[in-house]
Design a protein around this ligand. Structure first.
Ligand code: HPA
Ligand code: ZN
Length: 340
């Protein structure tokens, strides 16, 4: 590989890209957590921003989720959700993100008495800001919490009905092991009938069979993470044949100990086997970096051409109409031609 780290950093910084796996609650930076706690009179179990950062050492997914749900408690008003989204979109725009499909977890908020409408209207205001300020397009994916039951997910889908023209799809997140995708077959089927796109976290900590269930039972349009699919060659061949997008998150994988060393991240093998892998930040405030930090973490393993392929994959895997997709690919090609 001849590309130096500096030239890869410059390349990644201006490479046009889409972000497809980012939980907006996971973009809550410690300083905003403190500001919102103060604004809303919420007591935090931390004395300082430094103490919060020190708590961000995780032994696995559940350990992270416990802290992440606790942090989300400071989000109370429409303005809070808007401020959170604006901060994310400003960061993402600076990283060359041209289109973002962001997750939110309605049940995390409704369970605390914060209405669905408050979360969604605040986030939609953030989306309007991203378009006006940065010319960036974005959409919302509402995730069901898989540690809760399917009835709760169904009630959440029903609650979302007034906003379904402004929500592109449904997802599935939270504690994976012990909560297989098949638990949500009916609610995903209903979401599909309603015209929503479908994605699910699968194969992050859960086995390859969970990835298979997401495909067969939930009929997903993308797999979030998908790392453990690599253990099963037949599944890898199927994912490649079906051009299934994987939304891979290198720094998340490192911080949640899905990989031991980012220098041995499986993404080069994923690409080599023909998988449509993308690079994303997952929960940037918790895992030590936004999208370009994630590109850079694996850049030495990939080099320019495969980084460009990843950016292309991000547009191909996005829920864009044909005209918008063509435009993004055309701009990406112009950037690549103009970048020696
Ligand atoms: N996995 C599962 N649930 C999540 C994650 C994740 O990486 N981030 C936020 N909720
Ligand atoms: Zn995630």
């Amino acid at each position: 590989m001849t590309d130096s780290r500096e030239s890869l950093a410059d390349f990644v910084a201006s490479l046009p890209k889409a972000e497809l796996h980012m939980h907006i609650e996971g973009s809550l930076e410690p300083d905003m957590m403190f500001a919102l706690a103060k604004r809303n009179g919420v007591e935090l179990p931390f004395a300082s921003v430094e103490q919060v950062r020190a708590a961000y050492r995780f032994s696995g997914l559940q350990d992270f989720l416990d802290i992440y749900y606790q942090g989300a408690d400071v989000l109370r008003t429409e303005e809070d959700f808007r401020d959170l989204a604006v901060a994310y979109f400003d960061r993402a725009a600076a990283d060359g993100v041209r289109h973002a499909e962001i997750f939110f977890d309605p049940q995390t908020h409704t369970a605390r008495g914060v209405p669905f409408s408050v979360a969604v209207e605040g986030l939609l205001a953030g989306i309007a800001h991203a378009r006006q300020r940065h010319g960036m397009t974005s959409s919302l994916i509402m995730c069901f919490l898989r540690h809760l039951d399917e009835d709760s997910a169904s009630r959440t889908l029903a609650e979302a009905e007034p906003w379904l023209d402004r929500i592109i799809g449904v997802g599935l997140d939270s504690s994976e092991v012990g909560h297989p995708p098949g638990k949500f077959t009916r609610v995903f089927s209903r979401a599909g009938q309603m015209g929503l796109m479908r994605v699910a976290h699968a194969g992050e900590e859960g086995p390859p069979d969970y990835v298979r269930e997401a495909l067969d039972l939930l009929q997903v349009d993308r797999i979030d993470h998908g790392n453990r699919a690599m253990e099963d060659p037949l599944l890898v061949a199927r994912l490649a044949r079906e051009a299934m997008t994987l939304t891979v998150c290198p720094l998340s994988n490192l911080k949640l100990r899905i990989v031991e060393d980012v220098a041995r991240h499986p993404i080069p093998h994923m690409l080599q086997q023909g998988l449509r892998a993308t690079i994303n930040s997952d929960d940037p405030a918790y895992f030590g970096g936004y999208i370009n930090d994630n590109y850079l973490a694996v850049a030495p393993l990939l080099g320019r051409d495969r980084l460009a392929q990843v950016a292309r994959n991000s547009f191909l895997g996005a829920f864009l109409d044909e005209a918008a997709l063509d435009e993004h690919l055309r701009r990406l090609d112009s950037f690549l031609e103009a970048t020696p």
